[in-house]
Design a protein around this ligand. Structure first.
Ligand SMILES: [Zn+2]
Length: 85
């Protein structure tokens, strides 16, 4: 099977992360709970940490520092949302 490099998805990723994902539905990798991102617990400090309201698993870590963004989403098993159009 042939493949292309990551540049092929750059436009799609840019469109996704530029949009409002608060109504996206996340599935927790810890307990399988599923719900809108807007309902998770958010802790702010050096960055932002999102935790599952059911089991406290860290869903996502977001750190912005010195012009760099770090996004760790390993606690989200699946993130889904309605696409525009
Ligand atoms: Zn959970």
């Amino acid at each position: 099977m042939s493949h292309v490099d990551g540049n092929a998805i750059a436009g799609d990723l840019g469109a996704i992360f530029a949009g409002d994902l608060s109504m996206a539905v996340a599935t927790c990798d810890g307990c399988g709970a599923t719900g809108p991102v807007a309902t998770v617990m958010v802790y702010e400090g050096m960055g932002e940490v999102l935790r599952c309201p059911e089991c406290d698993t860290v869903l996502l870590r977001l750190i912005r520092s010195r012009g760099e963004t770090r996004l760790d989403m390993r606690g989200i098993r699946l993130l889904r949302w309605q696409s525009a159009g």
